[in-house]
Design a protein around this ligand. Structure first.
Ligand code: NAD
Ligand code: AKB
Length: 317
């Protein structure tokens, strides 16, 4: 990667990924973009920034040509919970957006990174140690867009030689930007409320295990996979990756070790619960480990220590 365009750059991942990429590849070589200028000022001001609405293919073409882009990190998307409220919007952003990105990449010979998700699996997928290659029949519009996206990316690689790569991210936990309308968002909000009000009402039922990951590992995955030797990649779109798997009661107990007065109760959101129940309990990420050396650094214990320390500083507590 030499000249990188990041779409959806002001979201949960983009806010941190752009800064990391600028550190590695140089401020001027990472073009952040979003459909508006609302969001993290550091991302907008520390390097080139363009307004790009991914549902308008021309705007992507213009940004790629103007900056001589060779790699597109495509993060603009609608996530699972918002998607169930606005399925038509989701289809337009997630599918048309990806199609336009792939078309630009085909014409301008760009590499493309597109995150898939644990949402690409569904109720009939094996739940434990979910294999890399297995049944993918999701029952959410988000999941349908993720499976379709994986297939479209593979198609563009096989048919047109576009260097497409991707991972199936689990729920991501971070302190810099809030999550954007997903089912795993509770695992971020719980840290804020543990510090602020010492009370948290969880919208996901006790015992609901989902894969999760701390943001530094998620960012490393992008760089490692995009820099991996293509000869070693038997899979491309998209690799299972995970760092930990837990239910709400386990993250609660871990936080309580540091904040003994912290209390949690439950008010289950039926839509989010249905989505969570359809996803795996834990992924098998051995293909990523074998093909490009995936090896996450954080588990629940080390993530919790770091999250609480960073959030205390951010919230001036
Ligand atoms: P996010 O919602 O925080 O950020 C997405 C950004 O895209 C937002 O800033 C939004 O304003 C922008 N956007 C929406 N519509 C747009 C449009 N038409 N044009 C341009 N920008 C638009 O999401 P995120 O968590 O940063 O996720 C990025 C990618 O990673 C998505 O593909 C998501 O499905 C995937 N992913 C995220 C997680 C997670 O836990 N965060 C897990 C699995 C997969
Ligand atoms: C969501 O909950 O929608 C995302 C995801 C796992 O894809 N965090």
């Amino acid at each position: 990667m030499k000249k990188i365009l990041v779409t959806g750059a002001l979201g949960q991942i983009g806010s941190e990924l752009v800064m990391k990429l600028r550190n590695i590849y140089g401020d001027n070589n990472v073009v952040a973009s979003s459909r508006s200028r609302e969001g993290n000022a550091d991302v907008i001001e520390s390097g080139p920034f363009e307004i790009v609405d991914v549902t308008d293919g021309k705007q992507i073409v213009e940004a790629v040509r103007k900056h001589n882009v060779d790699s597109i990190i495509h993060l603009a998307a609608i996530l699972s919970a918002t998607g169930e409220e606005k399925p038509h919007l989701l289809w337009n952003v997630n599918m048309n957006g990806l199609y336009y990105v792939l078309e630009v990449a085909r014409e301008s010979k760009c590499a493309v990174f597109t995150p898939s998700s644990i949402a690409a699996f569904g109720p009939s997928t094996p739940k434990n140690k979910t294999p890399q290659d297995t049944i993918q029949r999701p029952n959410t519009i988000y999941g349908v867009s993720k499976v379709s996206g994986e297939l479209l990316c593979d198609y563009y690689h096989e048919k047109f030689g576009v260097d497409t790569r991707g991972v199936r991210y689990p729920g991501l936990i971070s302190y810099a930007a809030l999550p954007g309308g997903g089912t795993t968002d509770y695992a971020v909000h719980i840290y804020y409320e543990a510090l602020r009000s010492k009370k948290f009402t969880c919208n996901i039922k006790e015992g609901t295990k989902m894969d999760m990951m701390y943001m530094p590992d998620a960012l490393d995955a992008v760089v490692q996979l995009m820099e991996a030797n293509p000869d070693n990649l038997r899979h491309r779109n998209a690799f299972n990756i995970t760092a930990m798997s837990f239910g709400p009661e386990e993250i609660y107990r871990e936080i309580k070790k540091h904040i003994p007065e912290f209390e949690m109760d439950y008010k289950v959101d039926p839509i989010k619960q249905k989505i969570a129940d359809s996803w795996p309990d834990s992924l098998d990420d051995s293909a990523a480990r074998e093909e490009w050396g995936w090896n996450p650094k954080y588990d629940l214990t080390s993530m919790t220590i770091d999250m609480l320390e960073k959030l205390r500083r951010k919230l001036n507590l």
